[in-house]
Design a protein around this ligand. Structure first.
Ligand code: HEC
Ligand code: HEC
Length: 511
């Protein structure tokens, strides 16, 4: 069911790590300059682009996660409370003339890891891009890369940001976490250690961002191709402008094309992806396997009919408020129709630039700064290695996530000493492979490859569990156990198994 949901909301281009068209909002923000350093300067740069909200909170909402579930979870070891991960979400209206940032830009920074993870929207492609800034430390030049998308999507199954449900016990919303952070440092990059308010705002921003792919599916597939499709998109856009300008909700009888196409496209309903992780108290006595972000999350809900109000309001939320206000009370019927005739409403992602096109049509062209950008780079692929039969099956099934230049997840397939790495990781590899054959409720850890990775390749987990491929992988791992009884490994607590790669500092291993 989730496989269907992912296929519906994420078009086939999800396979490309690099944007198929356009660039990420983060790239546009940074332009040619190096990523501002230190992190407080980057935060300030982003904050300055938005208006302060009425409540006096900064438009960029920032919190700390010392003991988390992200890929940076081990970067602070052993000083987790001295080096917490920092999460930031853009949650303010951009200043006039600055393209929208709200719900479009999310960061995860780790000082000791010298990395920033970035999720930001690409309007032209209609998708969130996943990037990593490396070398983010004093005296070095930060490098921006598009990350291995399949790796990020193992947990970000919605191809968008994710966040815990209330009470956000991993953040300073948890008084015990706040107290331990305060004991450690007086200042964390200028971030205020606040209660639940900031966590709440980040959570709602990720919830709205989670629906961007849904609006894109309704806009593109829902309205469909041909003239009827173009008219459907024109109607949705006009309704979104009405809502943005006057707060008028759409009439129930609009977007009939959407009603008609619904039954063909989604006879069993449209599954809405789930951005919510279970709340987790990292100070709780026992770890709870059901909190793992790699577990496949069932859809948030399944829409049996198009929620046109949510759709129109969602589109309006993606627009530039100031640009919408410039339209004043103008009658838009004729200019919108001219745009349609010129193909502006063909099957392309919904872009806030449609509003610029409309303003130009009304004789109020806005200055659009077309910054040239440095070329997009992706996480380097390993030079074609001649893997022998003892390694090749691991390359096939594991390399997309375990042959990277970042240390977490352990990059045991990277570099020259792959054989030694596999030996070192054999215990944990064997156990993670074996999880596929254990009933979900009894698993101590999620299986490898992760459920989302199997789903994106259309592989049924039950088939995988009894597949010859898995059997080969398990035998190869078992052969590296130096005589240990494989079955006994499954009875040992996971944390007591030999750590996958020798522990060295996170930043050091990032090569
Ligand atoms: C093992 C699971 C996992 C993987 C894989 C993963 N993330 Fe995340 N990510 C998380 C969790 C959990 C959070 C929210 C809480 C936190 O940050 O600790 C998160 C949060 C984020 C955030 C902050 C915004 C948000 O979604 O709350 C960014 C940015 C981010 N991740 C980027 C990435 C990128 C880029 C990749 C791929 C290189 C990636 N993540 C892969 C688990 C993961
Ligand atoms: C789609 C991405 C992806 C693929 C494919 C994948 N993994 Fe992983 N793997 C991860 C992530 C993310 C983690 C870290 C999260 C965790 O430990 O739960 C991880 C963790 C692990 C660990 C645990 C390391 C530790 O320190 O405990 C092992 C072992 C592992 N993977 C083995 C494999 C093997 C073997 C394969 C291939 C059969 C594989 N993985 C395929 C994403 C992937």
């Amino acid at each position: 069911m989730i496989a269907a949901a992912l296929n519906v909301s994420i078009p086939a281009q999800a396979e490309n790590d690099l944007p198929p068209v356009g660039r990420s909002r983060f790239d546009q923000l940074i332009g040619h300059a190096p990523v501002p350093y230190p992190f407080s300067r980057l935060l300030h740069t982003i904050d300055r682009q938005m208006l302060t909200d009425a409540g006096g909170l900064p438009p960029l909402k920032v919190t700390l996660i010392p003991l988390g579930r992200s890929l940076q979870r081990e970067a602070g070891a052993p000083d987790y409370f001295h080096f917490p991960r920092v999460i930031a979400a853009a949650d303010g209206i951009s200043k006039p003339g600055i393209p929208p940032l709200k719900d479009r830009l999310f960061l995860g920074f780790h000082e000791k890891g010298a990395v920033i993870e970035v999720i930001s929207y690409n309007d032209a492609a209609g998708r969130f891009e996943f990037q990593v800034v490396r070398n983010y430390q004093q005296g070095k030049t930060p490098q921006v890369f598009y990350a291995r998308r399949s790796l990020c999507l193992a947990c970000h199954q919605n191809a968008a940001p994710i966040f815990a449900r209330p009470l956000w016990d991993e953040t300073p919303a948890n008084p015990a976490i706040a107290a331990r952070l305060k004991q450690m440092r007086l200042d964390f990059y200028g971030v205020k250690l606040s209660g639940t308010d900031i966590a709440y705002f980040i959570d709602t921003a990720t919830d709205r961002a989670n629906l961007f792919p849904v609006w894109q599916v309704l806009w593109q597939q829902g309205c469909g191709a041909g003239e009827a499709g173009d008219r459907c998109r024109l109607e949705a856009f006009a309704a979104a402008l009405d809502y943005a300008r006057h707060g008028t909700l759409p009439a129930p009888n609009i977007l009939l094309t959407l009603d008609r196409s619904w039954k063909t496209h989604w006879p069993r309903g449209l599954a809405i992806p789930n951005p919510d992780l279970p709340n987790r108290d990292p100070l709780a006595a026992l770890p709870d396997a059901s909190h793992d972000p790699l577990l496949l999350r069932p859809p948030l809900e399944t829409w049996k009919a198009p929620d046109k109000t949510a759709f129109v309001v969602g589109l309006a939320g993606m627009l530039d408020v100031h640009a919408a206000q410039q339209l004043k009370a103008a009658d838009l019927t004729a200019p919108l129709e001219r745009l349609r005739v010129r193909g502006a409403f063909s099957v392309l992602p919904f872009r806030h630039a449609l509003l610029d096109d409309l303003l130009a049509e009304l004789g109020k062209p806005r200055r659009t700064r077309l910054a040239s950008l440095p070329s997009a780079r992706m996480e380097p692929a390993s030079a074609a290695v001649d893997a022998g039969p003892l390694v090749a099956p691991f390359r096939t099934h594991c390399a997309s996530c375990h042959d990277t230049t970042l240390p977490h997840p352990p990059n045991f397939l990277h570099g020259r000493s792959v054989d030694a790495n596999l030996d070192h990781c054999a215990e944990r590899i064997f156990v993670r492979l074996s999880m596929a054959g254990i009933p979900e409720a009894s698993r101590s850890k999620p299986p490898m490859p992760p459920a989302a990775a199997l789903a994106s390749r259309g592989i049924d987990p039950a088939h995988w569990a009894i597949s010859p491929e898995l059997d080969v992988l398990k035998r190869l791992a078992a052969s590296r156990l130096r005589g240990q009884d494989p079955a006994s490994l499954l009875r040992r607590p996971y944390a007591q198994l030999r750590p996958c790669l020798p522990s060295s500092s996170y930043a050091e291993r990032a090569r």
